[in-house]
Design a protein around this ligand. Structure first.
Ligand SMILES: [Cu+2]
Length: 117
């Protein structure tokens, strides 16, 4: 019985509090008051970002591209399409770089995702 308990304890320790199978993290950007919050997000390659439209109007999350500079990665374009209030959209960033985006309906809504290695 005692060995069984010890074995169980060891198994629990081995599992840890949060079994992290992957290092991928989910990041969330809230959309409210016609703004991306936060409007600047720093993540790592492989992270997924979810935009949640908690506003009363439609919005999009649309890459506005980057000027191509020597040595930088090629563009990775993304576009959520129209997100209605309550809708969410996710994108996984597989390349490092600075990805500026805006809302095509409200072009003054601007955000950036900075992807580091
Ligand atoms: Cu908008």
């Amino acid at each position: 019985m005692k060995t069984l308990m010890l074995g169980l304890a060891a198994a629990l320790v081995a599992m840890g509090p949060a079994p992290a199978v992957t290092t991928q993290e989910d990041q969330v950007v809230q959309i409210s008051d016609k703004a991306f919050q936060p409007d600047k997000l720093v993540i790592k390659v492989g992270d997924r970002v979810t935009w949640k439209n908690g506003d009363f109007s439609d919005h999009t999350v649309t890459d506005i591209g980057r000027p191509s500079e020597p040595g930088t990665q090629s563009k990775s374009e993304f576009d959520s399409g129209v997100l209605k209030p309550g809708q969410a959209w996710s994108h996984e960033f597989t390349q490092e770089g600075n990805f500026q985006y805006h809302c095509t309906i409200h072009p003054k809504m601007i955000g950036v995702v900075i992807v580091n290695r």
